[in-house]
Design a protein around this ligand. Structure first.
Ligand code: INI
Length: 197
């Protein structure tokens, strides 16, 4: 038997991440993004948007995050996807609807695609609480990036031990990250493919 545990010592040049960021409350999400980038950079990742390791996608608000994360996950290009947003309770029930949908949506994307999708959506009662978690006291963006690094390593180890053929035999859908920059072959995962069947 084996013990699987993510590390932070893998070759960083082999990793690719996508970060999906909500513009709503961008005073907060911009700071989360900075924390995230700082962590990735200090772990040897090239965070340049014109580089090959990190892609960025901005969406209007947290509600739109899962859809874009799913599209990116289906590309098979990323070891992990980091979702950043800030939902702050107002005077309307909108907060509860957005929180429920974004958290469910992100979990579904991760589960359905087999790609680690990090829940970096702050849900707070006030802007002050959100800012405290986005740089004033600590910056959770840093932690979200660390979670992505750990999950990328962990999933890589498991995929190495139980390669695609093993999943396919058992009719389980999971998207392995391709070892080069090519998109993953979705033929054996028809139910996940966006291509017309
Ligand atoms: N989006 C957020 O990211 N945070 C919020 O606090 C928020 N509130 O409170 O309304 C919010 N709403 C926008 C929502 O995410 C969608 O962008 C919008 O409803 C359009 O679909």
């Amino acid at each position: 038997m084996a013990t699987f545990e993510g590390t932070f010592t893998q070759d960083p040049s082999l990793l690719r991440f996508a970060i999906v960021i909500g513009r709503f409350n961008d005073l907060v999400t911009g700071k989360l993004l900075s924390g995230c980038q700082d962590c990735l950079k200090r772990h040897g990742i090239n965070i340049d948007p014109n580089g090959t390791q990190v892609d960025y996608a901005w969406v209007p608000g947290s509600f739109e995050v899962p859809l874009v994360a799913r599209q990116l996950a289906l590309s098979g290009r990323y070891n992990a996807i980091i979702c950043l947003g800030a939902v702050i309770r107002g005077q309307t029930p909108h907060f509860d609807y957005v929180c429920a949908e974004v958290t469910k949506g992100i979990a579904a994307v991760s589960f359905q695609t087999g790609v680690p999708v990090i829940l970096g959506i702050l849900t707070t009662d006030t802007m002050q609480q959100a800012l405290e978690r986005a740089g004033i006291k600590s910056n959770l963006g840093w932690n979200y990036a660390l979670n992505a690094l750990e999950m990328a390593s962990l999933m890589g180890q498991i995929q190495q031990q139980f390669p695609l053929s093993t999943y396919a035999e058992h009719n389980i859908t999971a998207l392995p990250v391709s070892s080069n920059n090519n998109q993953v072959n979705l033929e054996s995962f028809s139910e996940l493919s966006d291509e017309p069947q």
